[in-house]
Design a protein around this ligand. Structure first.
Ligand SMILES: Nc1ncnc2c1ncn2[C@@H]1O[C@H](COP(=O)(O)OP(=O)(O)OP(=O)(O)O)[C@@H](O)[C@H]1O
Length: 115
């Protein structure tokens, strides 16, 4: 049970300390609500929640990299900047993929409902 407990501690720490993580969780809640409302197919639902999990996992890794860099150096260093910026880039790429997928799946349904 210890690996599960420490992993949950890590997730809770990220949620409490990282504003972006809370935004990702809010987005996940919106995807959940839109899925109930707009009824995507089973395959579409799996793809959507796959992206949600990918974004949250990336944000967890980003937080881990930020903590590691801060542990290694408090000084301004180009490698510290690169490590943090590349990790932030990974979150951005995943978030972009999730947003485009959500638009492709929900967009036409929303359009049909509204017009
Ligand atoms: N030690 C450092 N040396 C050089 N640049 C740094 C260093 N620490 C942070 N930076 C730069 O400042 C930016 C912000 O760093 P910070 O540690 O505040 O994380 P963050 O991007 O604010 O993350 P979050 O908002 O998710 O906590 C980094 O993306 C990086 O470009």
């Amino acid at each position: 049970m210890r690996p599960f407990r420490v992993a949950c501690e890590g997730i809770l720490h990220a949620v409490r300390s990282e504003r972006n993580m809370r935004l990702h969780l809010l987005s996940a809640l919106l995807v959940f609500i839109f899925s109930i409302w707009l009824q995507p197919t089973r395959l579409e639902t799996v793809i959507l929640f796959g992206w949600v999990i990918a974004v949250i996992s990336m944000e967890l890794m980003n937080t881990a990299i930020e903590r590691t860099v801060d542990l290694v150096t408090k000084d301004v260093h180009p490698l510290a900047k690169q490590a943090k910026d590349v990790a932030a880039g990974a979150v951005l790429v995943a978030s972009f993929g999730a947003a485009v997928t959500a638009l492709i799946i929900f967009g036409p349904r929303l359009w049909n409902m509204l017009y």
